[in-house]
Design a protein around this ligand. Structure first.
Ligand code: SF4
Length: 286
């Protein structure tokens, strides 16, 4: 029997990441200036390496902003950044290319607006994630960042709840319950991106009916790790790999794995997914 490979719908690049990569690569082709990205453009080492081959380099340390020269171009990635950093970038004289995902920009605008109207901003998410750090900057770094609201004990009366775009729905709902108990005037915006929900939903569905589930994505990518968690709960043989080189040979050739599911995080390009699928097909089950 030949091996069946089921690729989850909505696997791989989301709209915002594809937009940021395309904007940067297209601009770089004009060779008008040296192009840098503020942090890795996306959480995928293969993509970052291929960008470096095209002379698009990343600036990881914020202090290195000062080394930018007038005429250079600096790209703000899809996660966005804080107004303070935008100001510092402008002061270098470098050209700014804002590739912030429009969905993330919309959350930043909400944070700024409701902070200005006296609301305490609560963000459901990871306090260290660059998207959350960026959103927090738009409310003067005053947001309370929570994973699921369980540690919130006291709140002002006016609260506005926002969410990291890649957050789990259940964490958002738990936070909203907690906030509704503690505050009187609650504004809540479920800003979880539909791309995330759709990707998680199809990974959930596929991982329930396979012998082996492969999740492809960067180890630093939070949306990839969430896919891994969802798939592991359904399929005990779930493996997270960054690219085809991390696929163990014993997995590829194991005849017990007759139906294999594949999904990929938002930062995984199509060519990386295709290489993994081809390798899995090469080890067809008997
Ligand atoms: S997951 Fe959604 S919000 Fe985040 S970059 Fe992708 S499209 Fe934009």
């Amino acid at each position: 029997m030949s091996r069946q490979i089921i690729v989850a719908e909505n696997a791989g690049f989301c709209f915002g990441v594809k937009r940021a990569v395309d904007m940067t690569v297209e601009y770089n082709k004009k060779k008008e200036s040296r192009v840098y990205t503020l942090g890795p453009l996306i959480h995928n080492d293969d993509v970052v390496k291929s960008l470096e081959e095209e002379c698009i380099f990343r600036i990881d340390n914020i202090e290195d902003i000062a080394k930018l020269k007038p005429g250079d171009t600096i790209v703000i990635r899809s996660h966005g950044t804080t107004p303070d950093i935008i100001e510092r970038l402008k002061q270098t004289g470098a050209k700014l290319m804002d590739a912030t995902c429009p969905y993330v920009s919309s959350i930043q605008r909400k944070a700024r607006k409701y902070y200005g109207e006296g609301y305490q901003i609560v963000i459901v998410g990871d306090p260290n994630h660059p998207e959350v750090v960026g959103i927090n900057g738009w409310c003067n770094n005053t947001a309370l960042v929570t994973r699921d609201g369980s540690e919130l004990k006291e709140l002002p009366q006016k609260v506005c709840v926002l969410s990291q775009t890649t957050e789990k729905q259940s964490y958002y709902e738990k936070t909203l319950e907690a906030v509704s108990r503690l505050a009187e005037d609650v504004l809540a915006f479920n800003t979880i991106c539909s791309a995330t929900g759709e990707r998680q939903g199809s990974a959930d569905e596929v991982s329930k009916r396979v012998d082996l589930m492969i999740v492809i994505g960067g180890k630093q990518s939070s949306n990839t790790r969430k896919l891994y968690e969802i798939c592991s709960a359904n399929c005990k043989n779930t493996l997270l790999v960054e690219n085809v080189n991390e696929l163990p040979e014993w997995i590829v050739t194991n005849p017990d794995f007759k139906v294999i599911g594949v999904t990929a995080g938002a930062s995984t390009p199509d060519w990386v997914i295709a290489e993994v699928i081809n390798k899995l097909k090469s080890g067809n089950a008997e």
